[in-house]
Design a protein around this ligand. Structure first.
Ligand code: AMP
Ligand code: MG
Length: 490
């Protein structure tokens, strides 16, 4: 046991057979290990000293199945852009096993891009390298911004081609998640009317994620907890200008972690209607819609567990609606909490909402960069309003706003330098800006030059402190550099 590299302790595989397919990753031709996250590896109690380029590329491509692994592809359904698909499942991913990390919690290790499974439908089970790089960079950023997320343990170039609109090199991402149970996993059994499996799934989920629930009302607690954690998650995304881009119910976890980084990106200038995803024609998953869409997704979760909430259907529906009705309040409260902190406001006053809204509107009208505007606020906090860094057409409006904000800050009864330093701890200087991510992907894919990925990783791992990095990493794109669309690339 002690000599093993991974100490697997698998549980999902003990669930009934209709929960998954047993399948091994399909080997690839010529794997190359591009990135290995040794910090995460240590956290997962993986013996990273025993992982090198030679065996790492074999483990993280799926060419070698490590001892103790029990690979499976798991079943789930989901609503995609509002339409129900009864069977999705891991069509290009294999869960190789679970490990217990240093925090004593259980984590899944999954290879994404690992070949066909019974859930692949018409797909090839593979992933192009580009989207795997995007996921690696952005999930690492979201985690380091203090937001719950699945993480990336390794990135492999497969040496094989994948055929999409163009021919692209293949990639495999090793994803780590506190579980891969999604709203869509519950939908899978609910829509089959397989309430027995639904109950087994709910009990497993409670045991795995919420093992403090010990009474008959556990399923109501489960619903409430998922609602709370998703309200918190989305408000945190919005506080850093993150747009997930494809908030389908199969891409919404029960654990409250961000999952399925596809066409995601961060705002540069503040535009509440911003959509990056090339396929999101109607703006369903735009920046400002994310709260509403999460409520929609949660309503699908509530619907799926109605058979468990109460034996009496009418009572069960009433409970579900009551729980869902709490979401808008919880979301608003959580959003306000995040936003207040961004402005240096730790206490609660009625004028706060107007101060926040007015600044957002000012950023929108003046096309200001979301991330840098908040850094500017923390810089100017000790200055007079005449010396602010904002480059605006309408100076009068910002000066008036700063006066009001300063007046409000006085009620904090804290030294301004203290407020400024607290603000800098939560308003990032570095985010993986879309033009930088695209540039890193292009160099990696076309020239096998991984230096930009490595530089960006250093930056996103220290998002709040000014490092000795090239200034370009903190700046918004020049107009010629803007990349305003992202592609799913699956
Ligand atoms: P996603 O867009 O990653 O949320 O994936 C939606 C569904 O499509 C999931 O069931 C995936 O496993 C499946 N899928 C995506 N890409 C592929 C592919 N290349 N081959 C097979 N299945 C895929
Ligand atoms: Mg998905």
């Amino acid at each position: 046991m002690k000599n093993k590299i991974f100490n697997f302790s698998n549980t999902y595989v003990n669930l009934p057979e209709n929960f998954y397919q047993r399948i091994e990753p399909i080997p690839v031709k010529d794997p190359e290990l591009i990135e290995f996250n040794s910090e995460l590896s240590n956290f997962l109690n993986i013996d990273s000293k025993k992982i090198n380029n030679k065996n790492g590329k074999l483990f993280f491509s799926g060419n070698i199945i490590p001892e103790g692994a029990m690979p499976i592809a798991v079943a789930y359904a989901g609503h995609q852009f509002g339409n129900f698909v009864p069977q999705l499942g891991d069509g290009r991913a294999v869960l190789i096993g679970e490990v217990i990390a240093r925090n004593k919690e259980r984590y899944d290790i999954q290879l994404k891009g690992s070949g066909k499974t019974i859930y692949s439908r018409d797909g090839d089970g593979r992933s192009p390298l580009g989207p795997a790089i995007r996921e690696y960079l952005i999930s690492e950023s979201i985690h380091n911004l203090g937001i719950k997320s699945t993480r990336s343990l390794a990135l492999v170039r497969t040496g094989e081609k994948v055929f999409r609109e163009t021919v692209m090199p293949g990639g495999i991402l090793t994803r780590v998640a506190s579980s891969h149970i999604r709203i869509g996993t519950f939908e899978f059994f609910y829509y089959k009317r397989d309430f027995n499996s639904l109950k087994i799934l709910a009990d497993y989920t409670i045991k795995r994620h919420f093992n403090t629930f010990k009474n008959k009302k556990s399923y109501i607690f489960l619903l409430r907890n998922v609602i709370n954690s998703q309200a918190e998650l989305v408000s945190k995304w919005m506080s850093v200008g993150f747009i997930h881009g494809v908030m389908n119910t199969d891409n919404t976890t029960i654990s409250g972690e961000t999952i399925d980084y596809g066409p995601c990106a961060f705002l540069d200038h503040y535009d509440p209607k911003k959509v990056f995803s090339y396929i999101d024609f109607g703006g369903r998953y735009s920046y400002m819609n994310q709260g509403k869409i999460m409520l929609w997704n949660l309503s699908k979760f509530a619907e799926s567990i109605i058979p468990l909430l109460d034996e009496n259907l009418e009572n069960a529906k009433k409970i579900a609606i009551e729980c869902l009705n709490e979401f808008p309040k919880k979301f608003e409260r959580s959003w306000l909490k995040e936003m207040r902190r961004k402005f240096g406001l730790t206490r609660i006053f009625s004028e706060d909402i107007k101060i926040i809204d007015d600044f957002l509107e000012l950023m929108r009208i003046e096309n200001l960069d979301f991330t840098l505007s908040f850094r500017n606020l923390s810089d100017l906090i000790c200055e007079t309003e005449k010396k602010n860094n904002f480059k605006l057409k309408n100076k009068k409006i910002i000066n008036e706003w700063i006066l009001k904000w300063n007046k409000r800050l006085e009620k904090e009864k804290l030294r301004k330098s203290k407020i400024a330093s607290e603000m800098k701890k939560i308003n990032p200087l570095y985010i993986p800006r879309n033009h930088l991510v695209e540039a890193a992907i292009n160099s990696a894919v076309n020239k096998k030059d991984y230096s930009e990925i490595r530089e960006l990783l250093k930056i996103v791992r220290k998002p709040f402190s000014k490092g000795s990095f090239n200034k370009k990493y903190s700046l918004p794109p020049e107009s010629s550099e803007i990349v305003s669309n992202t592609f799913c690339g699956t």
